[in-house]
Design a protein around this ligand. Structure first.
Ligand code: SAM
Ligand code: SF4
Length: 318
């Protein structure tokens, strides 16, 4: 889903994504049938894990139907969803019943006013916390929190997030503020390196390194030495992990991106809608995948000069 009910300034700033902004028409979005068809074909290349994101995925009508189709597909082992959590209390049980495995909720601050400014004006922190509780009750675990930390904006509240979720089984993961898209007026000074956050947390609750969950896991994991859970750090700016990235991102309109910082995706919708066979689509996927060479994060300094028209985060979901 390309639309969102928030206007986080670092992702879809309200001055650009206002009422006159042209989002996709529903006929321009891939249908559930088109998404499941592409997914089925991609399982032949080894696709096993899916993440549904956006924009705000819970705005897509009948999303549980799509999850139901994907979760019963041969080859698919794990389906996660990333959401801002505002509609989660309403849908958690239905999503679990449809076969959703796990959920990630974005929550940058527990402070009502800071939350409000980081979501573009929505007084919703309580509603998001209720959504998290509903997801835990529904068994959408392990539940992860994504928190984007910016210096001078919400970095002082990072420890409050840790304190709030320690001992609950919820895993807080801190994401370095990234220069995705072209509209968020990214400033390097706003990035709080994970190493600095680690020090602050470690000083209060001593941490010890944990194994990465799987090859290509983007978060560095640390457990609290007292056994009360773990935190993670996603350091795309200070410690790029392009080399181990095995993610492909499909936008709502059917473009496939092999990098979060790409300028151009490859259009698959035309082929889907003009009678391409499964074999032809498979060939197209194989050629895109084998030809990929994106290493934006590792080459950020040079690439910032060259990539002036990157895809926006809400198109491909982080
Ligand atoms: N709307 C859903 C949400 O907010 O969870 C899903 C889509 S959102 C684009 C996915 C993730 O990208 C969120 O956790 C969000 O915080 C993160 N994100 C967006 N812009 C970012 C930026 N400039 N730097 C780092 N993370 C960003
Ligand atoms: Fe919407 Fe998520 Fe982007 Fe915020 S981060 S504007 S909730 S898509």
């Amino acid at each position: 889903m390309d639309r969102c009910n928030f206007r986080c300034p670092y992702c879809m700033p309200a001055h650009t994504f206002h009422e006159g902004y042209r989002f996709l028409k529903s006929s321009e979005r891939l249908s559930f049938e088109e998404i499941t068809r592409l997914t089925r074909i991609a399982t032949r290349m080894g696709l096993r894990k899916l993440r549904i994101t956006g924009g705000e995925p819970l705005l897509r009508p009948n999303l549980a139907d799509l999850i139901g189709d994907l979760s019963t597909m041969t080859g698919i082992e794990d389906i996660a969803l990333t959401t801002n959590g505002i509609l989660l209390a309403k849908y958690a049980t239905e999503l679990k019943a449809a076969g959703l495995s796990r959920i990630t909720v974005s929550l940058d601050s527990l402070d009502r006013e800071i939350f409000q400014s980081l979501s573009g004006g929505f007084d919703g922190v309580q509603q998001v916390l209720e959504g998290i509780d509903a997801a835990l009750r529904a068994g959408l675990t392990p539940l992860k929190i994504n928190a984007v930390i910016q210096r001078g904006i919400n970095d002082n509240g990072a420890l409050d997030l840790v304190r709030h979720f320690r001992g609950t089984g919820v895993i807080v993961r801190f994401i370095e503020y990234m220069d995705v898209g072209n509209r968020n007026n990214w400033q390097a000074e706003r990035v709080v390196p994970s190493a600095e956050l680690f020090e602050r947390i470690n000083a209060q609750w001593p941490l010890e390194p944990l194994q990465r969950d799987y090859v290509g896991e983007v978060a560095e994991r640390y457990g609290f030495r007292d056994g009360l859970g773990e935190v993670g750090f996603i350091s795309s700016v200070s410690q790029p992990f392009c080399g181990s990235c095995s993610r492909a991102r499909l936008s709502s309109e059917g473009r496939l991106y092999t990098c979060l910082f790409a300028e151009q995706g490859v259009d698959l919708r035309t082929a889907l809608r003009t009678g391409a066979s499964d074999e032809q689509l498979l060939e197209q996927l194989i050629s895109i995948w084998s030809g990929r060479s994106d290493r934006y994060s590792e080459q950020r300094l040079v690439m910032r000069e060259r990539h002036t028209d990157k895809v926006e985060m809400f198109h491909i979901g982080g």
